[in-house]
Ligand binder design. Structure first.
Ligand code: SF4
Ligand code: SF4
Length: 119
């Protein structure tokens, strides 16, 4: 069984994904592809697509709830790295649950990890 996130992607199509501009500045060690971002305010960028009324990050590949993955996984912003899938580490994740429920998917349970492989 695959990692539950690979048949989900809901959090990449639910929240505004905002982060400090330096994360997309290679001169400062930033790794986020600048062409996939747009300016939110003087301090922050957002991933393109995540400010829409129905957000979907431009980097998200596939279909939410079926098969989905981040197209820039190794270069994703810090906020994406901080989203914890519910019960992967033995505790619920309000962000994960909210995004999944918003897409009509059930919240993950400990049972979802019992037979999954590591990410
Ligand atoms: S963290 Fe949760 S909402 Fe995000 S892709 Fe994984 S299972 Fe889906
Ligand atoms: S950068 Fe990747 S992990 Fe972050 S919201 Fe976009 S698709 Fe999801």
């Amino acid at each position: 069984m695959l990692h539950p996130c690979l048949s989900c992607g809901a959090c990449c199509a639910y929240f505004r994904v905002a982060f400090h501009w330096s994360e997309a500045d290679a001169a400062l060690g930033g790794v986020v592809p600048p062409e996939l971002t747009e300016t939110l305010d003087p301090h922050r960028l957002v991933m393109r697509g995540t400010q829409a009324s129905r957000p979907r990050c431009v980097a998200l590949q596939g279909t939410v709830g079926e098969a989905a993955h981040c197209g820039v996984y190794e270069r994703r912003p810090s906020v994406c790295r901080e989203v914890e899938p519910s019960w992967e580490f033995g505790r619920p994740s309000p962000q994960c649950d909210k995004a999944r429920l918003g897409h009509g998917l059930p919240a993950l349970t400990p049972a979802d990890w019992a037979s999954s492989s590591a990410a």
